[in-house]
Design a protein around this ligand. Structure first.
Ligand code: CMP
Length: 138
């Protein structure tokens, strides 16, 4: 079925000027952008967004990284969006990311890995609602 996923172009990729390249891969991959903005997470936002990782040793580093500059937040629509988008972005660790994936091309490390993709339909809805009002979703 046609459904939606949530993505962020992370601060590392925005800093390096990769917004256009990544959005091009997303649209070439058959995803329709139904919400999008340039924004910056506060520390409180990042702690809430990544609450599931709060006990991990890298949590502090993750929050610091995700708040250090602007991100692009977007909601994407496609048949099988969550799973197909995770295929398009590739493995969390760019050294394990497949050829042709966004992380293979643009990620620098396991932490600074260029893009986020929701891991389930339920989380896609939660994460999308975290960033966008209903009237901003088309
Ligand atoms: P993502 O899968 O989008 O969401 C969780 C993030 O935590 C992940 O991307 C990485 O940015 C980060 N992360 C995961 N594992 C590590 C790690 N071992 N060290 C640092 N950051 C990590």
């Amino acid at each position: 079925a046609t459904n939606r996923t949530f993505t962020m172009i992370k601060p590392d990729a925005v800093e390096k000027g990769h917004i256009g390249g990544i959005l091009n891969m997303i649209t070439e991959g058959g995803f329709r952008i139904v919400a999008m903005k340039l924004t910056q997470l506060t520390v409180a936002d990042a702690q809430k967004f990544y609450a599931v990782h709060s006990e991990r040793p890298f949590f502090g580093e993750l929050v610091e990284f995700m708040t250090r500059g602007p991100i692009v937040a977007a909601i994407l629509e496609k048949e099988n969006a969550v799973e197909d988008f995770r295929t398009l972005i590739g493995a969390t660790n760019p050294t394990e990311a497949a050829e042709g994936t966004i992380r293979k091309k643009y990620a620098s490390s396991i932490g600074e890995n260029a893009v986020h993709g929701s891991d389930s339909d339920e989380n896609a809805a939660i994460e999308g609602a975290f960033h966008f009002a209903r009237r901003e979703q088309f």
